[in-house]
Design a protein around this ligand. Structure first.
Ligand code: NAP
Length: 498
């Protein structure tokens, strides 16, 4: 199946508009079946040097292309993605495992981002403002930064790349992109689309390979002036430390420990739908996945009952089958981590109500599958309530009041997404004020971001920057203040003012 969808058996780096063979490769396996889908290069620091040198040269000319013309390339990219949506979605399911419906949603997110950022080509707004002296004009404009390095994870292999590369490119930068080794096919397909859309050679470069070699070389490269990273907290912290040493700009989007709050006045059926979708979709492997449910004690038992009934209906298997709702875990390491937390949860005294085990047997042969899992009577300080598990595992934490629910929600080191189910308008507005996450949902689960809003989190989730939305442009541009004095004489600010 893979070879009919994919036109190559081995991927090559895309540098300076050329497809270049690299030597060593490693297989990319479909997590649902264990089958090898493609071979991906294991590039080295030398390939990064080559890509950065090419990008640096190309960027100088690209920055001089008027932004509305740069945006036209993105418009063509969006149209090509739209034409290929179904094929891209199937390939995405094959490399990542998420079910086809979700893969289509992810590709659509990239299409939306292309059209949205194409519009920015005619905005990229700066400011004009009065100057304090006569016959003087003042404004601020955005300038591209130069060569930007993009490092992306396997769980959203195309959407996250578009959140970063599209604003970078429309703003006049050149990009060196290292996709996750587990999911390189979307990078290959997107690079081909950019090539067909007429992006000048060298403006987008893809270097495949491990984080420890390619990613590390990018972080250390003097000519990469921005690193935009999405991935785990440990990797992000190390990257930030190195970028700090070099005074390199770095944007980090990392993990989450996202919660749904269910109040005593909530529509319980709606809450159950929201929890199931955001906890077990993508097998819980979303940075915004719900992994805690903070429930008012008065509705706890009823919520448990309805959740268990809904979880019974989840179909698990290969995401290419349209009837499947929950796909595999990305790899053995991911599966082992989830299994480890089952022991931790039980030892801490949480009660296991459903799941808790790896799925084996004929239907799950050669893939990595884990049963949707529900713990209850968890306390806020337990490790299963504090640490990112990145699997289909939810812990119910009972609370006595709205105030306690907010406190529990905020009592973790992450700050990505939170949600509240309530019918009380006062609580809705208090919650959106007091929840300390970067994203808040009311009467919906913790997932479902739209691309024209800023995406990212507070505390241990990020470092103050945002992906997507107009805010992403701040990562990929420098503000320049410009003063034009047309008085014909020297006017000194703060001094020659009456
Ligand atoms: P990861 O292990 O940190 O990997 C992310 C990327 O960083 C991969 O491309 C990886 O390369 C690369 N990398 C690894 N070590 C590196 C190093 N020393 N220097 C430079 N790059 C390096 O994270 P993951 O397990 O793939 O992704 C899951 C994590 O991402 C979760 O914690 C999830 O919450 C988070 N996430 C956050 C968001 C958000 O927007 N907040 C969105 C999605 C995911 P290789 O894997 O190829 O070696």
């Amino acid at each position: 199946m893979s070879q009919t969808l994919l036109d190559v058996k081995k991927l090559e780096n895309f540098i300076g508009g050329e497809w270049l063979e690299t030597g060593n490769t490693t297989p990319v396996n479909n997590p649902a079946t264990g089958e090898t889908v493609v071979e991906v290069p294991l590039s080295t620091a030398e390939h990064v040097n080559q890509a950065v040198a090419t990008a640096k040269k190309a960027q100088k000319e690209w920055a001089l292309v008027p932004a509305p013309q740069r945006a036209e390339v993105l418009l063509r990219v969006g149209n090509l993605m739209k034409e290929r949506k179904e094929r891209l979605s199937q390939l995405l399911t094959m490399e990542n495992g998420k079910v086809l419906e979700e893969a289509r949603g992810e590709v659509q997110e990239g299409i939306d981002m292309a059209f949205y950022m194409a519009g920015e080509g005619r905005r990229l707004f700066g400011h004009t403002t009065p100057a304090e002296l006569n016959d003087k004009f003042a404004m601020s404009v955005r300038s591209p930064v130069g060569v930007v390095g993009i490092i992306t994870p396997w769980n959203f292999p195309i959407a996250i790349a578009t959140w970063k590369s599209f604003p970078a490119i429309v703003a006049g930068n050149a990009v060196v992109w290292k996709p996750a080794t587990e999911t390189p096919i979307m990078a290959y397909e997107l690079a081909k689309i950019f090539e067909e859309a007429g992006l000048p050679k060298g403006v987008l470069n893809v270097v495949f390979g491990k984080g420890s070699s390619v990613g590390d070389a990018m972080v250390h490269h003097d000519d990469i002036r921005v690193i935009s990273f999405t991935g785990s907290n440990d990797t992000g912290r190390n990257i930030a430390a190195e970028c700090g040493r070099q005074l390199k700009k770095v944007s980090l989007e990392m993990g989450g420990k996202n919660a749904v709050i269910v109040m005593d006045d909530a529509d319980l059926n709606l809450a159950v739908e929201g929890i199931v979708w955001s906890a077990f979709g993508t097998s819980g492997q979303r940075c915004t996945a719900c992994s805690r449910v903070i429930v008012h004690e008065d509705v706890k038992e009823e919520l448990e009952k309805r959740l268990l009934a809904e979880m019974e209906k989840l179909t698990i298997g290969n995401g290419l089958d349209e009837s499947i709702k929950v796909g595999p875990i990305i790899n053995k390491a991911g599966l082992d981590k989830i299994k480890k937390y089952m022991e931790i949860g039980k030892n801490e005294g949480a009660k296991l109500l459903a799941g808790g085990e790896e799925l084996t047997g004929e239907n799950f042969k050669d893939g990595y599958y884990f049963a949707p899992t529900l713990f209850t009577d968890a306390t806020p300080d337990m490790r299963i309530s504090q640490e990112e598990i990145f699997g289909p595992v939810v812990s119910l934490i009972p609370v006595k009041s709205f105030e306690e629910a907010i406190e529990v929600n905020n009592g973790v080191s992450y700050g990505l997404s939170s949600s509240i189910f309530t019918r009380d308008a006062n609580r809705v507005f208090q919650a959106q004020r007091d929840l300390d996450t970067g994203i808040v949902y009311v009467n919906a689960g913790t997932t479902g971001a739209e691309i024209h809003l800023p995406f990212g989190g507070t505390k241990g989730t990020g470092n103050g920057h945002r992906d997507s939305g107009v805010q992403a442009l701040d990562v990929f541009t420098e503000w320049k203040a410009v003063y034009v004095d047309y008085s014909g004489k020297l006017q000194r600010a703060q001094i020659d003012v009456d």
